[in-house]
Ligand binder design. Structure first.
Ligand code: PBG
Length: 332
């Protein structure tokens, strides 16, 4: 957008700030419950509600408890949840990710039976299911290790198809392998799921802001780090290339992650491509605010609302946030 600034003063901005009715009338950005997605961690068992230390208010839930939470989510006015699974056993082929009775498959079946209208987005990644905690197949030779990008694609596609089969509404690959959107799109199309959208974690940075999540999902890499597949947080142009590739490969919604440290990229992605854009306000964004709030150092509610509004203002249409349910209740 280009502004032409008149050379003489025509407006006194303060006039439009005098009371809440006027401020609301001219407000440019609105935060709506329907734009929020609430993430959950599910593991097998019954009546399990294991608190996640680094993310107060979040739990590893068994499917029955997840159903209770999801029922409350729906009542709060939120339309979509994002699921992460913690399998009973991990191995070197992530077989828990695509097993017919895998934890995500069980959870989706139950939720779809009881709450058919709640949108279920499934994170597709292998790290939670791999004994080494990496997002793809690891090849080792002479003390070195590498991610086998292309053979990982088959497992990611298989996992996506398995989620779609049991009723996942949106597939969200977060692994950052090259070519995964195309591989997933192809397998979905070949199996009658041509109407299942893909929300790709398109610009996903190798970020320290995922620290608390790895405790929650038990997915910390056992050696090395994720910098050979996730992006260098110094790079902006590269994030546009990542997004362009995912769009070319068939992504319907593109995501930038993390959110607050990447407001510039959310803006660039939205204005460059004009695609539905999601931002993931990740675990540490949540935990830092929670911790300072618990200490009484900040006004937690005001900071969350201001942060999420800033993410919307930068251009995000959709925000994934662990505060989604709280926010929906505040917005009532
Ligand atoms: C799986 C995945 C991660 C997150 C979402 N999907 C962790 C990672 O990439 O290490 C992070 C979410 C968060 O921090 O809230 N690959």
């Amino acid at each position: 957008m280009n502004f032409e600034i008149p050379s003489f003063p025509v407006s006194r901005p303060r006039r439009l700030r005098q009371n809440e009715a006027i401020r609301t009338l001219v407000r440019e950005t609105h935060l709506e419950k329907t734009q929020l997605v609430m993430p959950y961690f599910v593991r097998s068992g019954k009546k399990l509600r294991i608190p996640i230390q680094a993310m107060p208010g979040n739990y590893q839930l068994s499917p029955d408890e997840l159903l209770k939470e999801a029922t409350k989510v729906q009542q709060s006015g939120i339309k979509a949840i994002l699921l992460f699974g913690i399998p009973e056993k991990k191995d070197e082929m992530a077989s828990g990710a695509y097993a017919d009775d895998g934890i995500i498959q069980q959870a989706i079946k139950l939720l779809k039976k009881e709450l058919p209208d709640l949108l279920i987005i499934t994170d597709v990644c292998l790290c939670e299911y791999m004994s080494h905690g990496h997002c793809g197949i690891v090849k080792k030779s002479k003390g070195n290790w590498n991610i086998d990008n292309d053979s990982s694609l088959k497992l990611l596609a298989k996992t996506s198809l398995s989620y779609a089969h049991v009723g996942a509404d949106i597939i969200a690959p977060s692994d950052m392998m090259d070519g995964r959107v195309q591989a997933i799109r192809q397998v979905l199309d070949e199996n009658g799921f041509e109407n299942t959208p893909i929300m790709s974690y398109a610009a996903k940075f190798a970020s320290a802001f995922y620290g608390p999540f790895r405790q929650a999902a038990e997915s910390a890499p056992q050696f090395g780090d994720r910098r050979s597949y996730q992006m260098d947080s110094a790079n902006a142009l590269e994030s546009l290339r990542e997004v362009a590739l995912d769009i070319q490969e068939g992504a319907d919604i593109v995501m930038v992650k993390p959110a607050l440290p990447c407001l510039d990229l959310i803006y660039k992605v939205k204005t460059t491509f004009g695609y539905p854009t999601a931002a993931y306000s990740v675990s540490a964004e949540y935990s830092m605010i929670k911790a300072a709030g618990e200490k009484g150092w900040i006004d937690e509610k005001a900071i969350i609302l201001e942060s999420l509004t800033a993410i919307r203002r930068a251009g995000a249409d959709i925000i994934i946030t662990y505060s989604a349910v709280d926010v929906a209740n505040w917005l009532k």
